[in-house]
Design a protein around this ligand. Structure first.
Ligand SMILES: C[S@@+](CC[C@H](N)C(=O)[O-])C[C@H]1O[C@@H](n2cnc3c(N)ncnc32)[C@H](O)[C@@H]1O
Length: 141
């Protein structure tokens, strides 16, 4: 794996954002889903809680939850500052402000960090890097 943690800008969306982003239907949530690169999304955690089946992959999963947390802390404020500086270049339909965006993203990342050690043991979070993923053909729906 070639990824360097100091080059990664951690960010993570939640289940509702995934549903909107991919137009996921209730029926599709029942399928076996591969999320990649999943980064610090809480999609796997929230779906698993509801009894669904998601495997997440990302090269950043070679690091520990604490290392990923430290990296989030290192860059979080500057991401929010960038959102403020570039305020007019974003559509603010889903978030009230850069601060609100940060709160929603941080809540998702905190869920991910809480779930990550268990999820690694359960093989729901796999260290894997495109273009070669360690899955047989058609393993996912
Ligand atoms: C924008 S984030 C993904 C966000 C996530 N899907 C979400 O919506 O919350 C990008 C991720 O791509 C990962 N990445 C970088 N190079 C990659 C590669 N060659 N294969 C797979 N993932 C890679 C990074 O580690 C990073 O976590």
């Amino acid at each position: 794996m070639t990824i360097k943690l100091e080059k990664v800008v951690p960010w993570g969306r939640n289940l509702n954002e995934y549903i909107s982003m991919f137009d996921l239907t209730s029926a599709e949530k029942n399928l076996t889903i591969l999320d990649g690169p999943a980064a610090q999304s809480s999609f796997n955690y929230e779906m698993t809680l509801q009894g669904y089946h998601v495997i997440s992959c990302d090269p950043i999963y070679q690091f520990t939850a604490d290392e990923i947390y430290q990296r989030i802390q290192a860059v979080y404020q500057s991401i929010i500052e960038q959102a403020k500086v570039n305020y007019d270049r974003f559509l603010w339909h889903n978030f009230q402000s850069p601060a609100n965006l940060g709160e929603v993203r941080m809540a998702a990342m905190e869920k991910f960090l809480q779930d990550f050690p268990n999820g690694v043991e359960q093989k729901r979070y796999l260290t894997a890097e495109l273009p070669n993923l360690p899955f047989e053909n058609r393993k996912f729906d």
